[in-house]
Design a protein around this ligand. Structure first.
Ligand SMILES: *Cc1c(COP(=O)(O)O)cnc(C)c1O
Length: 248
């Protein structure tokens, strides 16, 4: 258990960090001649407990990014108990394995990490089953995770396979193709990386106009991503700190 007052201190810390992140987003948008209201902030809460997500909800954050399917499922339930009146949206931003697709389909409002036909098919099957049984009301919005450098170890679909994957996902009745997500490779110059991401996202958008969401940019590089047209920034460390609050 936390000491009395720990929650209040944590809430204050989050409020300060959130204000700083919003200022950075606003400044990046101003520099790029963009409207900050067009940039969605996803709070990446993969390292923090449900109690912290509840505090972030209280501060007005609405969408939360998670990367571990099982852990996130339990967290989603716990947050619903803590804040029954809130309607958080949950985005899966981490690598998805086929055997986790059914679990992800139960809690995810968006999956940003579809990077193969096999994963798309598993997710599509899981969602369609839920649609039939009333476990979901609508198809699942998905983004295709694009690999800037084509390195298969870090997830993401290489440039040559991106459009074939988009064609495939567009035909999946359980999925709604909404756009592209990417992580800038370590060691690559940020503007060069996000310029490549923007080019890839535009290719998909040209072919599928509804796939108009670009999710790019994290704590360390979202200004560059916003310059290159990102619509969604996924921010963890800058909002919640380097690691979870230590338990006593
Ligand atoms: C962890 C993670 C983030 C957030 O990264 P920070 O550097 O902590 O802001 C964003 N996107 C993905 C895919 C992640 O795994």
């Amino acid at each position: 258990m936390s000491a009395p007052g720990a929650g209040a201190a944590r809430a204050e810390e989050f409020a300060t960090r959130l204000a700083a992140v919003r200022t950075r987003i606003a400044e990046a948008c101003r520099a790029a001649g963009r409207d900050p209201a067009e940039v969605e902030l996803v709070a990446v809460t993969k390292t923090v407990p449900a109690e912290d997500v509840a505090l972030l909800l209280d501060l007005g954050l609405e969408t939360f990014g998670e990367n571990r399917v099982q852990e996130a499922g339990a967290k989603v339930e716990r947050v619903a108990e803590l804040r029954p009146a809130a309607r958080p949206r949950w985005s899966l931003v981490g690598g998805l394995q086929r055997n986790k697709a059914a679990a992800a389909a139960r809690w995810a409002d968006r999956v940003e990490s579809v990077d193969s036909i096999r994963v798309a098919d598993a997710l599509d099957r899981a969602v369609r089953r839920l649609l039939e049984t009333g476990g979901r009301a609508a198809p699942l919005p998905v983004l295709l995770q694009f690999s800037v450098d084509g390195d298969p170890r870090r997830g993401g679909v290489p440039a040559a396979d991106l459009e074939p994957l988009a064609e495939h996902v567009a035909r999946c009745g359980g999925l709604q193709l909404r756009g592209v997500m990417a992580v800038a490779p370590l060691g690559m110059e940020q503007d060069r990386a996000f310029s490549a991401v923007a080019t890839a996202a535009n290719r998909v958008r040209t072919r599928f106009p509804q796939a108009n969401t670009l999710s790019a940019g994290m704590s360390g590089d979202f200004e560059s991503a916003i310059r290159h047209g990102s619509d969604v920034v996924r921010v963890g460390t800058a909002l919640v700190g380097d690691r979870p609050l230590a338990s006593p």
